[in-house]
Design a protein around this ligand. Structure first.
Ligand code: ADP
Ligand code: MG
Length: 273
């Protein structure tokens, strides 16, 4: 997918971002920018620093160094404004499995401060658009993995954010459920003009959804560009993004498990305990 973006100013701008946890430098000086309406992917194996980067952008973690602007607001100096402009789908379960889909969304509509008179209508619209209208009044513990993920995405966009952050949106889902989640992410981006920043270690996911990707390895960005640009620059115009990743971040095979191992272990990962 080629990128038709840029020039019109950035919706997300990241400069020299760093975060340490004790001895570990989880994010070690990261720079990238995301244009309005673009879908940007942070790609990389387990432990590369993807989630930590996202957490700094959504103001859940404070950067040690560097700066980031989201929807024009500094994550350091205007965290409240940033929070009002974004939606976030975390890697871990973010809905209450004992409540129904309807109840989960209604709770969040209050949490987001939606005016009382629009709450129920917005909840119903969200359930409808996420293909969950029929399951609305069933407890979430009876939902499939794909349904839960769609509910979580619906929950994250109910207040119509400018920027949507998704951390590993299809971990543990079967291929059909993954397609369903991809369709919804694409719809939000294409029809609602939402800017999307997502992390993934599934190459085909990045290739299918992202206009541009940054390949992360050990807290740094090894390369960034459109999938096409990266393939050409790596001298693998016919290769998969996985080949390209290995070219740019060859060292990641030594990081205690290469991409293939990660894929194998995550496929069996269960998100509902
Ligand atoms: N809260 C934390 N405390 C200590 N170390 C952490 C914490 N969060 C992440 N790390 C470490 O930072 C590195 C990057 O983690 P993370 O950002 O979760 O990577 P990814 O999302 O790419 O798998 C890993 O080595 C991880 O163990
Ligand atoms: Mg992560």
């Amino acid at each position: 997918m080629t990128s038709d973006f840029g020039g019109a100013g950035w919706t997300v701008e990241v400069r020299g971002l760093r975060k340490r946890f004790g001895e570990v430098c989880a994010v070690d000086g990261v720079d990238f920018a995301v244009a309005k309406g673009e879908c940007f992917g942070l790609l990389g194996p387990n432990g590369a620093g993807k989630s930590t980067t996202i957490k700094m952008l959504i103001t859940l973690l404070r950067p040690d160094e560097g700066e980031a602007f989201v929807a024009g607001y500094s994550v350091r100096r205007a965290a409240g404004r940033v929070r009002g402009a974004i939606g976030y789908v975390p890697q871990m379960l973010s809905v209450d499995a004992t409540l129904t889909g309807y109840e989960n969304l209604l709770l969040f509509s209050r949490f987001f401060g939606l005016p009382r008179r629009v709450r129920r209508e917005r909840v119903e619209e969200t359930l409808e658009s996420m293909g969950l209208a029929e399951a609305a009044h069933r407890p979430v513990r009876t939902y499939s993995g794909g349904m839960i993920r769609r509910l979580e995405i619906g929950q994250a966009v109910m207040h119509r954010p400018k920027v949507l952050f998704l951390d590993e949106p299809t971990v543990g889902l079967d291929p059909v459920a993954r397609q369903g989640v991809w369709d919804h992410i694409r719809r939000l981006q294409q029809e609602e003009g939402m800017t999307v920043v997502m992390t993934t270690h599934y190459m085909e996911e990045a290739e299918s959804l992202c206009h541009r990707v940054a390949m992360m390895s050990r807290g740094r960005i090894a390369a960034q560009g459109t999938p096409e640009e990266l393939r050409v620059a790596a001298g693998k115009p016919e290769g998969t993004l996985e080949d390209v990743f290995v070219h740019y971040a060859g060292a990641f095979e030594e990081q205690g498990g290469g991409m293939r191992d990660v894929l194998r272990s995550r496929r069996t990962a269960r998100r509902l305990g």
